[in-house]
Design a binder for this molecule. Sequence first.
Ligand SMILES: *[C@@H]1O[C@H](CO)[C@@H](O)[C@H](O)[C@H]1NC(C)=O
Ligand SMILES: *[C@@H]1O[C@H](CO)[C@@H](O)[C@H](O)[C@H]1NC(C)=O
Ligand SMILES: *[C@@H]1O[C@H](CO)[C@@H](O)[C@H](O)[C@H]1NC(C)=O
Ligand SMILES: *[C@H]1O[C@@H](CO)[C@H](O)[C@@H](O)[C@@H]1NC(C)=O
Length: 581
Amino acid sequence: MGAPKWVVAPLALLLLLQLAGASHDVRRSLEAEAASPSVPASILSPLLRTGYHFQPPMNWINDPNGPLYYKGWYHLFYQYNPKGAVWGNIIWAHSVSRDLINWIALDPAIKPSIPTDQFGVWSGSATILPNGTVAMLYTGIDRPGTNYQIQNIAFPKDPSDPLLREWVKPGYNPIAIPEAGMNATQFRDPTTAWHAGDGLWRMLVGGLKPGTLRGMAILYRSRDFKHWVRAKHPLHSALTGMWECPDFFPVREPGHPDGLDTSEFGPHYKYVLKNSLDLTRYDYYTVGTYNNRTERYVPDNPTGDVYQRLQYDYGNFYASKTFYDPAKNRRVLLGWANESDSVAHDNAKGWAGIHAIPRKIWLDPSGKQLLQWPVEELDQLRGKAVSVGDKVVMPGQHFEVTGLQSYQSDVEVSFEVPSLDKAEPFHPAYANDAQKLCGMKNADVKGGVGPFGLWVLASDNLAEKTAVFFRVFKDGHGKPLVLMCSDPTKSSLTAGLYKPTFAGFVDTDISSGKISLRSLIDRSVVESFGAGGRTCILSRVYPSMAIGKDAHLHVFNNGVTDIKVSKLTAWEMKKPMMNGA
Ligand SMILES: *[C@@H]1O[C@H](CO)[C@@H](O)[C@H](O)[C@H]1NC(C)=O
Ligand SMILES: *[C@@H]1O[C@H](CO)[C@@H](O)[C@H](O)[C@H]1NC(C)=O
Ligand SMILES: *[C@@H]1O[C@H](CO)[C@@H](O)[C@H](O)[C@H]1NC(C)=O
Ligand SMILES: *[C@H]1O[C@@H](CO)[C@H](O)[C@@H](O)[C@@H]1NC(C)=O
């Protein structure tokens, strides 16, 4: 992605507000400016610095770049400011891992060094060529002050080095520049390339059609990976504003958990196209088909780009990227979660930004969406465990899960809902606005079936708590509808924090009476997976009291229907090796 920007022409702005429902974003930025710069001591507590989520020892990070598996090592590059906790001076920092959980920091991999990237090395992706060579495509800025964007390539200097420590940029850079009829400042983030049956390589670059709100996945072709030619039409586009960080990949048949290499083509495979919407700052995807003759991607849901959109994560998760992991035959998703405190807080802390726990992703048995689950390697961090079983939580009741320190933990719960009779009626006006619905019907608003779920990072007196919960509705035909929310509105007494209720609908059959929740709690992040990874929500929270051993974990039920916890297991999580911090 590119530099943060708030400047938008008034007419375009109006359109955006309508199209994207982005008015809260704008309001928020004004509030942020007005916020007081004073920094409470709790914000600086080392116990609010995440323990097992990816981060460097200090400073600003954003997008994951060029993830890949090479000669026994996972490589993660990321947008990094070596000089501070705000965006700027961006280079590609580099970490390696054997398991996606323990990370070793290496020297930065890609820095401005040639005329075509001297003012910026922005996001990009890795492609492993048939001869085993890694090619790294990335966006460069070649002139000051303008954000004019061009695409570059870099190769490892020594392909026999499993750590890929040094990178060289061939003299034929750049490999793609903005042409007439393109918006040169909205042209970035090349994807992993795929090799097609006609012997040509293809890759995508995110773009915006000039003078419009049409976001595009611009398609390029190459025979030799050196000369790239733009196809006449984009692979796909929609009226959503700029598409940052596009990602495009095949998935196996519904329910099959294995991944596919990006170049694997089968006319029967479904494809996923994801883009990061600069206007709303969320990652959206559709599932569809890729016609390799017409070179068009067509979403199965014709309105899926703009209406009832699927998000990888309905919370704080952006600029994500997947890669195919040949070692475990899976596709892994990495994403960036920014801070929800203020810039003054970040400057005082000296750090800003983490990555979500790497998630394995595959197509749901319905074929309509993806499933996501923390990579299995995370389980090695599980330590002391506490289990609760067969416990009924009556209306208005809650109970504490005791016997562990939950501020750095992994919690898995299976709920049973004995009856859906009292489910609240669903108003169709909210069909496209889970977040608004959850804002109105938050964790404290009594319901029929639910809200029920977890209070995490809760203080002794419960004045502070983050709620992660489900609420069940019934539509006009009596069909149950499940809403999942992450509600941080009571997460902290500290002023000036960004505390939106995040929410998504959960496409699950609750009529079975069963639904599960997993929450990865890590000091200032709560990353939750509803119904086996059908709906995911990451929230950043900064308690002022519920810190370290003073953080508690509860199960609550604010509905009028009993809820049974058939099984809950919570594990304390150990700290992995994290870039030397
Ligand atoms: C691998 O293929 C690429 C692209 O064709 C080429 O540039 C590179 O020199 C090759 N590397 C080796 C070691 O053959
Ligand atoms: C499309 O896929 C088919 C089947 O794999 C292949 O034979 C054909 O060459 C491909 N066409 C292009 C343009 O990639
Ligand atoms: C390119 O996009 C930016 C952001 O939307 C806009 O401000 C600018 O006017 C556009 N330029 C052209 C030539 O359309
Ligand atoms: C993360 O921070 C919040 C609060 O400042 C902003 O509202 C979000 O837009 C931002 N998210 C991204 C992806 O930049």
